[in-house]
Ligand binder design. Structure first.
Ligand code: 13P
Length: 283
């Protein structure tokens, strides 16, 4: 069933687990993602970043995405990840997404509040949730990682930001980065605990790939309710395809077999993450 982010994250907060938001970057990812969620009886968030709209072919595929979410036997959120422009936010609302993230971190704190509130009001008026971000998470959703987070979330701004904007979830910067980590991730758990105490809404950890299972569990125990995950899925698909090609040894690979190799690897990774995040069995 298609549900809002607010709905799944409030349950996750009460139940002390996190729901995975898995980025999809083409239409082939949809089916293994939903199969994984149904196999694990887990809620799931289909994450589609604005920068992936063209790759996913949103204008043609959104009816299939929304229909599949509605028909699923587990709660499914269709979320615009890192919405950067009003155009993308409007497209997501018009296509029937149940959640949007507005990433205003390139603006000043004051403009972040002003714009995020404006879009949160707009999303809420049509029954859609909105995720905001405070602090800057380094790296790119589809690219290079960096050594440390660009700019940690300022604890003093958390409560005023949440109150002023009306966001339903808050993405934080506590040492997490998008893409590959250079060196070991160094999450600031004390800062996370303080942010969780100050925030009335569930917290989101972007840049999930590369974080150890123990650190995930600790972050969840301290208040993380949504974990964004992409690069790790990509790496498993790459390894699976690589192994398949080596096995073929220059033989012919049918397109269906290549697709299945990719889809099975993605499904397996998602199922493993759902177990670590604690959302398995919670649907
Ligand atoms: P990773 O690619 O590091 O898992 O991050 C994904 C993400 O945060 C998308 O918003």
């Amino acid at each position: 069933m298609l549900v809002t982010l607010k709905d799944v994250l409030e349950r996750a907060k009460r139940g002390n687990y996190a729901v995975g938001a898995f980025n999809i970057t083409n239409g082939l990812c949809l089916s293994p993602l939903l199969k994984a969620a149904e196999a694990q009886r887990s809620p799931v968030i289909i994450n589609i970043a604005e920068i992936s709209f063209e790759d996913v072919d949103i204008p043609r595929l959104y009816p299939a995405i929304i229909h599949s979410a509605k028909e699923a036997t587990v709660p499914v959120v269709v979320n615009l990840d890192h919405g950067l422009t009003e155009k993308a936010l409007m497209t997501a609302l018009r296509c029937g997404f149940s959640s949007v993230m507005f990433d205003a971190t390139k603006y000043s704190y004051e403009d972040n509040i002003r714009l995020t509130k404006q879009y949160a009001d707009m999303a809420h008026s049509v029954g859609v949730s909105l995720e905001g971000e405070l602090g800057v998470i380094g790296g790119s959703e589809a690219g290079e990682g960096v050594a440390v987070a660009a700019n940690y979330t300022d604890l003093r701004k958390v409560r005023p930001y949440v109150d002023a904007t009306g966001v339903d979830a808050l993405a934080v910067s506590i040492g997490n980065v998008h893409g590959f980590y250079k060196g070991e991730p160094d999450l600031q758990f004390d800062l996370l605990a303080d942010i969780a105490a100050a925030s009335a809404v569930p917290l989101v950890l972007h840049g999930g790939s590369g974080i150890s299972d123990d650190d995930f569990r600790k972050a969840v125990s301290l208040g993380i309710c949504k974990i964004n995950f992409y690069t790790g899925s990509s790496v498993s698909v790459f390894h699976a395809l690589n192994a398949y090609m080596k096995e073929l040894n220059d033989g012919y690979a049918d397109m269906a077999a290549i697709s299945w190799t990719m889809m099975n690897a993605f499904q397996k990774t998602v199922e493993e993450r759902m177990q670590v995040f604690g959302s398995a069995g919670k649907a």
